[in-house]
Structures are given as structure tokens and as C-alpha cells.
Write a new protein. Sequence first.
Length: 173
Amino acid sequence: KKPIVLMIARALWHKGVKEFYESATMLKDKANFVLVGGRDENPSCASLEFLNSGVVHYLGARSDIVELLQNCDIFVLPSYKEGFPVSVLEAKACGKAIVVSDCEGCVEAISNAYDGLWAKTKNAKDLSEKISLLLEDEKLRLNLAKNAAQDALQYDENNIAQRYLKLYDRVIK
């Protein structure tokens, strides 16, 4: 059974859809590539014709995100820019090895070579090399996944609430 490489994002060009599809073409013999995310009226939305072409399995918008994440081997988000990518946080919480582009937002969510890997933004060749490295090096993949799951704990609502309480305590004193 081939490993699953998953991307969860709206099907917009600036989310790195083109680079994901190009990487999938380069690595089609090594893994199955899946894109989950809705389309809308945004002019930068990829066409259905494009999304259903090539070697990526396009699933559209889904509500079973946690189950999809639990069943993938590698999570990828090759965006050109992000705020703080929630999908990356979800992948971390599910203990997945992650590859993100080295754009603003993604680099704040992932520490390169600790809980994921950075690929050059808008560079399908570099993205495919990072994915390939994780496909071939199980020890690295599992180590990144373990660190990602551990790091995700800092975003647990109880931990965040405790940090706010400590902050309020300091401000009041």
C-alpha cells in the first residue's frame, strides 16, 4: 500500500495547488496524493478541470478532516502566504510529518527539521524533494511526527487558558 500525502486547503492557486500537483506527478510511483478543500467564486480558484486532472485525488470540501489526517502519512501545505495555518496545527495534533513552504505564517507554525520541513515557496522541485525525503526516511518521518504532536500540546485550550491567567495575574500585580 502506497503512503498518502495529504493537502487540506481551499483550492486556490496561492495555497500552492499547482506545486502540489507538480510534486504529485514527480512522485506518483512513491505515494498517493490527495487534496481536500472546497472551491468558491474566488477568481484565483483552480478550475474543476484542473483539479480533476493528473494524479491527485481531489475530494472537494469534507467534514471528516480528523479522520483524513489520521489516515495520511505526510501532510503538505505549500502556500505562498498564510496567517497562522489551522490545517497545519490540526496535522500536528494528529501527529503527522509535515512539509510547508517557507512563507510567512508557515515558518511560524513549523520549526524546520524539528516538527516538519520547509520547502521553497513556489518551487515544486524542492517540495517534491522534501516529500521524497520523508517517504524514504521513516525514522525522520516518525521523529518529526512525534515532535509535531508534542508541540501541538501548547495550543491545547487548557494550556492557553493557563497562560492567559498567568498573564492577567502579572498585569494586575
